[in-house]
Ligand binder design. Structure first.
Ligand SMILES: C[S@@+](CC[C@H](N)C(=O)[O-])C[C@H]1O[C@@H](n2cnc3c(N)ncnc32)[C@H](O)[C@@H]1O
Length: 152
């Protein structure tokens, strides 16, 4: 799969291997594009799995996005995510806030200091299969949070 994106826009997805077109359909839409999603029969409780990698940093409201993902998943459907998040270290969080002033407009609304774990948790009544943190040393500007959650 190939994708390209311009700052602040939804990525364009396509397949390098044309035989994959018989199996997969890339749908270029934002999470909030209800009409486009409904054209593809993607409505509430219609999806088995969502993979979310470095997207919740850039959506306008990560909690609303997590709630939308939760709505779209079937009961028992799974969310796999890998995102960068706010540092657990107070000083580094302040530096992230300052760096954000330049980073966010340059990298298409990418926020360095969001609490992604909290946003995903608030998305719904998840069963947590795995939840992990990487790069949590105090000086890390992009500590990671990742998880495997199932819709309860
Ligand atoms: C920092 S970029 C990361 C791109 C890519 N996921 C990566 O890991 O390299 C954030 C991505 O979130 C996408 N995005 C922003 N708002 C979105 C939305 N409402 N729905 C879906 N994707 C969105 C942007 O188009 C952009 O591709």
């Amino acid at each position: 799969m190939e994708w390209s994106w311009k700052l602040g826009q939804v990525p364009e997805i396509s397949f390098r291997d044309s035989t994959k077109h018989d199996i997969y359909v890339p749908i270029n839409a934002a999470l909030e594009d209800k009409n486009i999603l409904e054209e593809w029969n993607i409505g509430d409780e219609s999806i088995d799995s969502v993979v979310c990698m470095q997207a919740l940093c850039s959506v306008s409201d990560p909690t609303a996005a997590a709630k939308q993902i939760y709505r779209l998943l079937k009961p028992g459907g799974q969310l796999l995510f890998w995102e960068h998040t706010a540092s657990q270290d107070w000083v580094t969080r302040q530096v992230q806030g300052i760096w954000n002033l330049f980073w966010k407009p340059l990298i298409g609304n990418c926020h360095l200091r969001r609490n992604i774990e909290q946003a995903v948790m608030e998305g719904g009544d998840w069963k947590i299969i795995e939840l992990g943190h990487d790069n949590i040393e105090p000086w890390q500007m992009m500590p990671r949070v990742w998880g495997h959650f199932v819709k309860g």
